[in-house]
Design a protein around this ligand. Structure first.
Ligand code: ADP
Ligand code: GLC
Length: 492
């Protein structure tokens, strides 16, 4: 099949979280299955033009009141032949951020920025004389693509092109004042008809969910959770309505990038047969962050966006978060990397001063993220909700046992420890409270000091579990076939 992925992020060019990893590694897996898959993303300012090929001639994109004159660049995903196209348009993408200059300050013209990208997807295919069978879009930024297929592009050369929308995070829906609507070049009738309307504002994801032929989310448990009022972010009714076309397909991980035997960021390599390199990583991690060098103390790692979704209140909330108490009362160490909410960044800085066994770094640091995954013994991820979560899969592969809240993709990928048999791959709790988190870290610490043979067993099991994309990529192929059949009956 010919598949165009339209996305706001794709590793290694642009990434703000797991979306960038997921899009790239899925595309590579689909290509290995023999599909002709290509990716379109914006050329943000930080993507160096010099490393890209320029596609001849410009490209006009009719949107808003004018035809916007854009340029297109081309490259391939590293270690693959998957083409990546970059939409170049200074006015919208010539900035330092993907969605905003910081996590809490998004660009006010994001509806225009991503509408241009969505509309450009069609112009690009025309320019390439390559009409895809599937347009696969991701989250709210590219949710207009399925709407265009149902409206402006219904009777064009795209009449046999079907759409699939993957929801990576229902918590972000792209809600904007309706004054932006005319820019999309759709009739006002579509404001209601295509499902944009949301409390008198525009909801891009809602329109995408309404229009797409098929929908997916990134884990089976999350696909069920988002159909309930407590986790549905006001769209659970619509998702229940579309439940026959919605599947949960677990993300895989890029096993070339995340492999302890070859990881280029690590000071030493290791495998399930020989963990000596992991001990070196632990030592280097302790040195890097200024923790006391000690191979015997259990080291807990955290790598995360510092947002409410990730359980930061339960971990760091001043006066009630679990982690300061853990550091005060237990013989453990903590290594933290993250960026996001300001109060939490400040708290992490303060805890690093207060405790010798707690060291945190604020910022985005790919190398340190890999080192924490490899050098830690346990990985803490108490997410309030987690559509899939990649970090716990990375940590399993690196023999770093996750401590997680039983939700979404965490519930689908981690198996709880059984202290009678040593079965399991991690430590889970059901209620997201500081107390439950404190106790579960205590449980892992107890196992470390008293049941080292179980830890070894769990590590073995975790490291040998298959998290590759192959199975999931086949499930996407089946979903594409379904979407194509639906498109056929839609256009008649
Ligand atoms: P989400 O996409 O919700 O943030 P995921 O677990 O799916 O959660 O993906 C997070 C990705 O972002 C992982 O690849 C993780 O290593 C990376 N990441 C998050 N914060 C940082 C950071 N401060 N530095 C480096 N990598 C980070
Ligand atoms: C989102 C989710 C995360 C998921 C990622 C990739 O950012 O928060 O759980 O792993 O997308 O699908």
């Amino acid at each position: 099949m010919k598949i165009l992925m339209v996305s706001s992020e794709a590793m290694p060019f642009a990434k703000s979280g797991g979306l960038g990893d997921a899009v790239t590694s899925l595309a590579k897996a689909l290509s290995r299955l023999g599909h002709d898959v290509r990716i379109l993303i914006p050329r943000y300012y930080f993507i160096d033009r010099k490393s890209l090929e320029s596609l001849e001639g410009g490209m006009g994109v009719p949107i808003g009141t004018e035809e916007h004159w854009t340029a297109v660049y081309e490259s391939v995903l590293p270690k693959s032949d998957v083409p990546v196209y970059f939409l170049d348009y200074e006015k919208y993408y010539g900035r330092s951020g993907v969605y905003g200059d910081s996590a809490d300050q998004e660009y006010l013209d994001n509806p225009e920025r991503f509408a241009l990208l969505s509309r450009a997807a069609f112009q690009l295919c025309r320019k390439l004389r390559w009409i895809p069978d599937i347009m696969h879009v991701h989250d709210w930024p590219t949710s207009l693509v399925p709407v265009y297929l149902k409206t402006l592009e219904k009777k064009t050369e795209f009449r046999e092109t079907a759409s699939v929308l993957t929801i990576h995070n229902l918590g972000y829906q792209g809600v904007y004042p309706k004054e932006h609507f005319p820019f999309f070049r759709l009739d006002w009738g579509e404001f209601f008809g295509s499902g944009f309307e949301f409390h008198d504002a525009i909801n891009l994801l809602k329109a995408g969910i309404t229009a797409a032929n098929c929908l997916s989310t990134v884990s089976p448990t999350y696909s069920r959770e988002i159909q309930t009022p407590s986790q549905g972010f006001s769209l659970d009714g619509l998702l229940r309505h579309r439940s026959r076309d919605l599947v949960g397909i677990l993300n895989g991980i890029d096993t070339e990038v995340w492999n302890p035997e070859t990881d280029e960021y690590l000071p030493a390599h290791y495998s399930v047969d020989d963990l000596s390199g992991k001990a070196v990583c632990k030592l280097v991690l302790q040195e890097t962050l200024g923790l006391p060098s000690d191979p015997t103390v259990p080291l807990f790692g955290i790598v995360t966006r510092l947002t409410d979704q990730k359980g930061i209140a339960e971990m760091f909330g001043p006066g009630y978060g679990a982690l300061p108490q853990v550091c005060a009362n237990m013989d453990v160490q903590m290594a933290v990397l993250g960026s996001g909410d300001k109060w939490c960044e400040d708290e992490i800085r303060a805890l690093s001063q207060r405790f010798a066994n707690f060291k945190g770094r604020i910022g985005y640091d790919e190398r340190l993220a890999h080192l924490i995954e490899a050098g830690s013994d346990f990985f803490i991820m108490p997410s309030r909700y987690e559509p899939c979560g990649l970090n716990q899969m990375y940590s399993l592969r690196y023999g770093t046992l996750p401590v997680v809240h039983r939700t979404g993709g965490l519930a689908d990928t981690v198996e709880n420890y059984c202290q009678d048999t040593g079965e399991g791959t991690g430590f889970m709790f059901d209620d997201l409270t500081p107390k439950a988190l404190y106790n579960t870290i205590g449980w892992a610490t107890w196992a470390w000091y008293n049941r080292q043979e179980h830890i070894d067993l769990m590590r073995f099991k975790a490291m040998t579990r298959d998290f590759s994309w192959e199975k999931s990529a086949s499930e996407y192929t089946a979903l594409y076939s379904r979407a194509l059949a639906m498109r056929k009956s839609e256009v008649g």
